[in-house]
Design a protein around this ligand. Structure first.
Ligand code: NOJ
Length: 576
């Protein structure tokens, strides 16, 4: 077998820098804070960190509107502070990948300031300009996608907010400038990039209008109210039709290939993971992206055994069509753009049990897992109650559109905004039961309100001290994964395929065979695996169970499962 690359065996952990740890006590997370927490992360057992944007930014989109690609945001520290964070991570054997935003810059980036300044400057075509809005395209964040710039008496295009103008990727100069920025961080030693919104980089060259009979605010409003199957179907159709000409257009594969060539020039297997679920962006598995996220797994109302089986069957089949060893999966259930796992996939009765199942799923499926900061202590969404608290401008824009244009009652508008804004899943990390959850010192107002449930045990310190906490569950599970070659690179084999309540599968490598059972129901089970080919003449040595800290071995013909149990056992030959 070809030796695996580091990004195939690693467990990634996403750090949202603004909310992770406030080292200088100004209410905003920073490099000092992150660096102080590296021992915590190493001890947790993760191998690689994905750092959401840490670049200078006016923060219209919380760092995804970059005004300088080659520096650190002053509120996070200096470039030297970044280097310290990088070196200290490497010293602890943790790799670091950065966010790479190619589609757009901030409107305060000097490239845009120059491009906007006149119709005859050297960067005149670095962005997408038109004399009049050529169509009815919408921005997915704030209404019309074409915004007027009086300096040029022209309109520029933006897929996201008007403060995030789209770069013109047909310009060779844009490409060269961005490749230089990429090299800047690779030269400093970063291990790769997560590619932001890559599907939005090119637009339909014919500028074909969308056919949806409403604008963005109306579509969001319609979506909020859609209840019947017909309305839900129409809602999905409208979202697709509204943006289909602004998404996944020609030119992307060539661009990804160019980018991959740059990555491959560097030693150390620098990697790229795309914020896209389309496996086509992995090219032949060796010439475009290394990984794309399995978003299809998380795009569901509920994580059921049936949904997981179907998802795995489709993804793994498609990945197996890539060159040998190259079609590597990448699984996640949460990030800074989505409702937190605990809230989104909970049922309000068994949230704690379900959170354990969901983590176990991500850590035992074949592929590279990505975890989001705070998941490990069971952080939940926090609903803001007043529009003045909302920092996600996509949320404030929607609130004002609801109240002013669609005449929705402000209280209802606020409740809906709290649901849709990503602030709810970006609140500061809970380090302890101290004021401000130990994120910032007492008396400081963190940039987003702290979820008060840090006082009820949802914090690192309390959970460190409790052997049965979710945090210690994560640590145990990560350790089992690290010590189980089959869980890292074994084939995935489905068993008991029709079971509606539980999801059982084998992971089989040359060195080891492992049985994983995730009981998604509140019923206990006695299960017989002895007639399965891989299990015959094997006994079951328990490696892990959510039911107790030191699991007892089980009989292969009668595996006893308690309600909501996560069970992992190693198959051992009885002839050995
Ligand atoms: C995807 C990022 O994850 C999201 O947070 C951001 O708002 C958009 N891309 C625009 O960069």
């Amino acid at each position: 077998m070809t030796p695996l690359k580091w990004w195939q065996t690693a467990v990634f952990y996403q750090i949202y820098p603004r909310s992770f740890a406030d080292g200088n006590g100004d209410g905003i997370g920073d490099f000092k804070g992150i660096t102080e927490k590296l021992d915590y992360l190493a001890n947790l057992g993760v191998d690689a960190l994905w750092l959401s944007p840490h670049f200078p930014s006016p923060n219209w989109d919380c760092g995804y509107d970059i005004s300088d690609y080659c520096d650190a945001a002053p509120e996070y520290g200096t470039l030297n502070d970044f280097k310290t964070f990088l070196d200290e991570s490497h010293k602890r054997n943790m790799r670091v990948i950065l966010d790479l935003v190619l589609n757009h810059t901030s409107d305060e980036h000097e490239w845009f300031v120059e491009s906007r300044s006149s119709r005859d400057n050297p960067k005149v075509d670095w962005y997408v300009w038109a004399d009049t809005p050529p169509n009815n395209w919408q921005s997915c964040f704030d209404g019309d996608a074409w915004t007027y710039a009086p300096e040029r008496n022209q309109y520029y295009y933006h897929y996201f907010m008007k403060q995030q103008p789209d770069l013109n990727w047909h310009s060779p100069e844009v490409k060269e400038a961005m490749w230089q920025a990429i090299r800047f961080w690779l030269d400093l030693g970063v291990d790769g990039y997560r590619l932001d919104a890559l599907g939005t980089i090119f637009e339909d060259p014919n500028l074909t209008p969308h056919t949806v009979p409403m604008n963005l605010a109306e579509l969001r409003h319609f979506s909020d109210l859609a209840k019947t199957p017909e309305e839900i179907k129409l809602r999905d159709q409208y979202w697709h039709d509204m943006f289909k000409n602004q998404w996944a257009q020609g030119g992307l594969h060539e661009l990804m290939k160019e980018l991959r060539t740059i990555m491959d020039e560097y030693e150390g297997d620098r990697m790229l993971v795309g914020e896209d679920e389309n496996i086509d962006y992995m090219g032949d598995g060796k010439d475009e992206l290394h990984l794309v996220f399995n978003f299809a797994l998380m795009k569901t109302g509920g994580i059921t055994p049936e949904h997981i089986r179907k998802n795995q069957a489709e993804r793994l089949k498609r990945l197996s069509e890539l060159s040998a060893e190259a079609g590597w999966p990448c699984n996640t259930l949460g990030n800074h753009d989505n409702s937190r796992i605990h809230t989104r996939f909970g049922d309000k009765l068994h949230d704690a049990e379900l959170a354990r199942l969901h983590t176990a799923l991500i850590l035992t499926l074949r592929g590279t897992p990505f975890l989001y900061n705070g998941e490990e202590i069971g952080m939940t969404d926090y609903m803001l109650t007043d529009i003045s608290q909302v920092k996600d401008t996509m949320g404030t824009w929607y609130y004002h559109a609801l109240v002013n244009d669609l005449k929705v009652d402000p209280r209802e508008a606020m409740a809906r905004t709290a649901e849709m804004t990503r602030d709810k899943n970006r609140t500061p990390m809970h380090w302890s039961n101290n004021p401000n959850a130990g994120f910032s010192p007492a008396g400081v107002s963190p940039w987003l309100p702290v979820n008060p449930n840090y006082q009820d045990g949802v914090n690192v310190k309390d959970q460190t001290e409790s052997p049965y906490s979710l945090l210690n569950y994560y640590k145990r599970l990560l350790k089992v994964r690290k010590n189980s070659p089959a869980l890292i690179h074994g084939e995935y084999i489905r068993v008991h395929e029709t079971a509606a309540d539980y999801f059982a599968f084998l992971r089989v490598s040359e060195e080891q065979k492992v049985l994983v059972i995730l009981n998604f129901s509140n019923r206990p089970y006695h299960l017989n695996f002895s007639d399965i080919k891989e299990c015959k003449a094997h006994k079951l040595h328990s490696l892990f169970t959510s039911a107790e800290i030191s699991p007892k071995d089980q009989e292969i013909k009668e595996v006893r499962l308690s309600p909501f149990e996560v069970y992992i056992g190693e198959l051992q030959s009885v002839h050995a």
